[in-house]
Ligand binder design. Structure first.
Ligand SMILES: [Zn+2]
Length: 199
């Protein structure tokens, strides 16, 4: 019985097409953030705006691929936004924008640092940016980091850091203006994501 079942599954497998890749993304407050550039602390409604902007960035980046962005914690690929993320490669505390683990064919999980990206949005802000723009930039920074981390998870063996385009999602560092301000686009990972999503 078991063997017959296995054979049927093996024969059926090459024709199997998943409806979509599900990516769960959610915020885990509370978040504490202080900055002279921002002035008064972020309000609850501004944090809700940051989450909405981040989710919009994520949806826009994967638009055109069968990748469904939800807030489900049991999705195959997950990312949670937390206060801070430590780089586990170092013994001393080193903050990073995000970190992920991806296991080919199984899924992945990771985290994105609210603190790192809120600070980055302040550091790279144009001189004339007002509070509304600063808040939106935090959301963009978080959303674009989430795009980068989900790409690592979905393509765990792809060398996405090979991109030299510092306005691309794949670029290795979040220490750049385009992480927060101006447009961002795909470089080398897009055809790989298309292939992955349809095979
Ligand atoms: Zn990376």
């Amino acid at each position: 019985m078991l063997l017959a079942g296995a054979v049927v599954y093996a024969l059926a497998w090459p024709r199997y097409r998943p409806a979509s890749i599900e990516a769960g993304f959610w915020f885990e407050p509370p978040f504490a953030f202080e900055s002279n550039r921002l002035g008064a602390p972020l309000t609850a409604s501004e944090i809700a705006t940051i989450e909405a902007v981040a989710r919009r960035e994520l949806r826009a980046a994967f638009d055109g691929l069968p990748i469904e962005i939800s807030d489900r914690h049991d999705a195959r690929y997950t990312l949670r936004v937390v206060q801070a993320v430590r780089d586990l490669r170092f013994k001393r505390p080193v903050g990073v924008a995000g970190q992920s683990r991806g296991i080919a064919a199984f899924g992945g999980s990771g985290s994105v640092s609210f603190d790192f990206l809120a600070n980055g949005a302040m550091a790279w802000a144009p001189d004339d940016a007002d509070r509304t723009e600063l808040v939106a930039a935090i959301g963009r920074g978080i959303g674009r980091t989430a795009v980068h981390e989900f790409t690592h998870q979905i393509l765990p063996t792809a060398p996405i850091h090979d991109s030299r385009d510092d306005q691309s999602y794949e670029y290795a560092s979040a220490a750049r203006r385009a992480q927060y301000y101006g447009p961002m686009h795909w470089d080398l990972a897009w055809p790989l994501l298309q292939h992955k999503a349809t095979h």
